[in-house]
Design a protein around this ligand. Structure first.
Ligand SMILES: [Zn+2]
Ligand SMILES: [Zn+2]
Length: 231
């Protein structure tokens, strides 16, 4: 008996859409969702009470996400969001910097890693949204992994960066051959390009002119493949 195919819905088409990105489709999807997250926040969420409660409880965003917030150059939004956090810090006296922190509370200075009762402090709301979008991507991909349309569309994409490939494959009970082959092929092409760059470069570190433009810039693809797309 033929196995019942999962019905395609809007999430499937968004997934397929992510394969047309110039880099890792997973990175592209999450970055897109986070861009929308900040746009929505700045457009209507700065005064949203539920959001503000969550934001204040977490002591604001982590360092990475406050950087992203800052990139929108919306000074008033930053001021409104951080005023209560700053006031709390002022009333408590100068906060002691916490030095290098983990994912939770990277914003260090004002973010407490634990509440006064010793419970763990709330996580950065943007990290939470990011984790939810990652989970959603993995869920839809694993749900449709046997779909031919998905496999074909993936074949036209640059493929997952290595961290995302590992995350996806860790969620699959069995990794389909087309996915494994595509990743192996991408990695070996990259390795060949790296070999050529080293081989044809002179000792001053300059790439030889007979190297293709693509090979001269292979190191950029190497970083993106191993670490994911720059944010
Ligand atoms: Zn990625
Ligand atoms: Zn964060």
């Amino acid at each position: 008996m033929e196995k019942k195919k999962p019905e395609k819905h809007v999430h499937f088409f968004k997934l397929v859409d992510s394969f047309s990105a110039a880099g890792c489709p997973f990175c592209f999807y999450v970055q897109n969702r986070m861009q929308r997250y900040f746009e929505t926040l700045l457009y209507e969420g700065v005064n949203d009470r539920a959001f503000r409660r969550k934001f204040n409880a977490a002591g604001g965003f982590c360092k990475r996400h406050v950087g992203q917030l800052g990139s929108y150059n919306d000074g008033l939004a930053v001021a409104i969001l951080y005023q209560p956090i700053l006031e709390k810090a002022v009333s408590k006296g100068a906060p002691r910097p916490r030095g290098v922190a983990g994912l939770r509370g990277v914003a260090g200075t004002f973010r407490a890693s634990r509440t006064s009762r010793g419970r763990k402090a709330a996580v950065c709301p943007a990290c939470e949204a990011e984790a939810a979008s990652r989970d959603a991507y993995v869920r839809v991909f694993t749900h449709f992994v046997e779909d031919d349309e998905l496999a074909a569309a993936y074949g036209h994409s640059p493929g997952f960066c290595h961290p995302h490939y590992r995350q996806i494959t860790a969620s699959l009970t069995s990794v389909p051959e087309w996915l494994e082959d595509a990743q192996a092929k991408a990695l070996s092409q990259l390795a060949d390009g790296v070999d050529r760059l080293i081989e044809f470069s002179n000792f001053t570190g300059e790439a030889a002119t007979n190297l293709s433009r693509e090979d001269q810039l292979v190191w950029k693809r190497l970083i993106r493949r191993l670490y994911g797309e720059p944010e």
